[in-house]
Design a protein around this ligand. Structure first.
Ligand SMILES: NC(=O)c1ccc[n+]([C@@H]2O[C@H](COP(=O)([O-])OP(=O)(O)OC[C@H]3O[C@@H](n4cnc5c(N)ncnc54)[C@H](OP(=O)(O)O)[C@@H]3O)[C@@H](O)[C@H]2O)c1
Length: 341
């Protein structure tokens, strides 16, 4: 599959006009809420777009209701935007039905208002790899959702190549952190805190770079304010690789519990999938944890001066959020302020 030309390794000057609005669509999600908080903390005008126009945890930002699948409402919500941050994720079992249409609507809306589109992407389009994934890794998806993600990114890059808009794509590995829904987030931290078994799907001793959600959000926000390329893919900066076992051990150490790790292979996962549809659908993605799963974000780290959060600190903030009553969706602005204090 085609890829954009390599972006420069040098820091780029900010391009956002001071009066432009940064529109975050999917602003109520784990990533979107923190993107809003980072942009607001940088002193920028921010519009948070959710389906119900709710408060997303950062005081002073404009809240607008729009469904990303409704092109007219979305374009209206993007008026005056200098950047549109695409942090939307449909429910897992509706990706094939919903993701293409709402992504096309986001491309059309950003193009109509003359804004850069910044897209919060994953790494499923790379498929089976043996080495760290870089922005130059070929796209060879081995799952239906990997094919879908490759296609979504191609749609955006094609629109950019046609001169319709500028596009920045930020790619993260498996997320963990406050409010995140992922295999790692769900299976490691709550159980570690309660002294329950940590269920690990795949090999827990392979090199792994889980992405702390705040590092992802910071990268998305920085691309929307600083990327000058017409179209580029950037990987989120990560600390040196850890392993699933080491991450779970760190969570247990900080929680004061004993590590009790239960390892599950694909066969077991598929067996559960016979009765649980979401597990059946997720089985095609287990390959990621049966190979080194390392995302190399050194290019973005160099270009934008981004420093990743250490696993020790990321685990501390994840457990801290889980210990509070509003853990599912913590105060985004406070989390960003505390992190930069
Ligand atoms: N989780 C991971 O491990 C991971 C890893 C790498 C990349 N990513 C990517 O990061 C992006 C953001 O993920 P996330 O973890 O922040 O997801 P999330 O917490 O589930 O949030 C997704 C948001 O999308 C919104 N949404 C869904 N359909 C919508 C529609 N039709 N119109 C408007 N908003 C809609 C949801 O709004 P409601 O609140 O109204 O439902 C929700 O707030 C996704 O593209 C995801 O694939 C995630």
């Amino acid at each position: 599959m085609s890829r954009p030309s390599s972006p420069p390794d040098r820091p780029a000057p900010p391009t956002s006009p001071a009066d432009g609005v940064h529109v975050v669509v999917g602003a109520g999600g784990a990533v979107g809420r923190l993107v809003v908080a980072h942009l607001s903390a940088a002193g920028l005008r921010v519009r948070a777009v959710t389906r119900d126009g709710r408060d997303v945890g950062t005081p002073g930002v404009e809240a607008v209701a729009a469904d990303a699948a409704d092109g007219a409402a979305l374009t209206a919500a993007c008026r005056g935007a200098v950047a549109v941050h695409h942090c939307v994720m449909p429910p897992f079992l509706r990706w094939t039905r919903d993701f293409p249409a709402l992504t096309d609507a986001l491309i059309d809306a950003a193009s109509a208002v003359g804004a850069r589109l910044v897209y919060a992407d994953d790494t499923w389009m790379y498929g089976r790899v043996r080495a760290p994934m870089t922005e130059d890794t070929p796209w060879r998806p081995v799952s239906s959702r990997g094919v879908l993600r490759a296609w979504l990114a191609e749609r955006m890059l094609h629109a950019a190549a046609a001169g319709r808009l500028q596009v920045s794509i930020a790619r993260a590995g498996e997320l963990y952190g406050p409010g995140v829904r992922s295999l790692i987030a769900g299976n490691v931290f709550g159980p570690a805190l309660r002294g329950r078994p940590v269920h690990w799907v795949g090999d827990p001793d392979l090199p792994l770079t889980p992405t702390f959600v705040d590092d992802f959000a910071r990268t998305v926000a920085v691309l929307g304010t600083t990327d000058t390329s017409d179209a580029a893919v950037w990987h989120v900066p990560h600390p040196a690789p850890t392993t699933g076992r080491a991450l779970a051990a760190e969570a247990c150490r900080q929680a004061g519990t004993r590590l009790w790790l239960l390892r599950h292979g694909t066969t077991r996962f598929r067996a559960v999938g016979r009765v649980v549809p979401i597990v059946r659908e997720g089985a095609e993605l287990v390959y990621q944890f049966e190979q080194p799963f390392v995302v190399d974000g050194s290019r973005a780290a160099r270009s934008f001066g981004l420093t990743p959060t250490s696993y020790e600190e990321g685990v501390r903030r994840t457990l801290s959020a889980l210990r509070t009553p509003s853990a599912d969706r913590p105060d985004a602005a406070r989390a960003v302020a505390e992190a930069s204090a």
